[in-house]
Design a protein around this ligand. Sequence first.
Ligand SMILES: *Cc1c(COP(=O)(O)O)cnc(C)c1O
Length: 233
Amino acid sequence: MMGQATRLAEIRTRIDRAMAEHGRPPGSVRLIGVTKTFGAEEIRPLIAAGLRDFGENRVQEAAGKWPELRGETAGITLDLIGPLQSNKAAEAVALFDTIHSVDRDRIAAALAKEITRQGRNVTLFVQVNTGEEPQKAGVSPQETAAFVARCQGVHGLAISGLMAIPPVEESPGPHFALLAKLGKQLGLPRLSMGMSADYETAIAFGATDIRIGSALMGDRPAAPEKAGNLASG
Ligand SMILES: *Cc1c(COP(=O)(O)O)cnc(C)c1O
């Protein structure tokens, strides 16, 4: 069986190749290792291999394993990539450096309050439901400009970029193109897009933050939710 460090090296090679092929400058794509469902023992080999950016989709699960791992190694950053409930905003702001799932005024208000109260600097992405799937989190493409404006103007939040999870059964390219177009229109420089199956395509369309789970960690144990149909956490 291939170890995490070997998979990481292979993914880095593919990222570098895709970046070179599409004229992306060095350092313009950040790899986030998605470690949801995996325990500390399976994560440590990646930290040993030099990975420092990690993503989790549930606040509670991340709170259970990351404080210890962070205590062992300096410089680890943690991204919340799953949906956030406003009653978990305080915990999320305390634990995560980046939150990819801002998609409602209620969440934006709760985050603004906690960011101020805790004096924390948290990087924020607005999640866009590019496929307009009823079960999926995110604002619709038509609502994105108005929502980003409210985040900035009403809630006083700095928004760094947009995030999307394309529908599993569709070709991702048009969804990445749409997210890139919206980001450009709104002057938002960062794009969180691309997962195990499509990160090279995402890099071609301008992804700056790619979220890779199974290609790095191996298959996840059977879970009640799929990436395309996220339960709240
Ligand atoms: C699980 C998850 C990923 C990683 O998915 P893989 O296909 O395993 O790479 C990326 N983004 C989000 C939002 C996820 O929930």
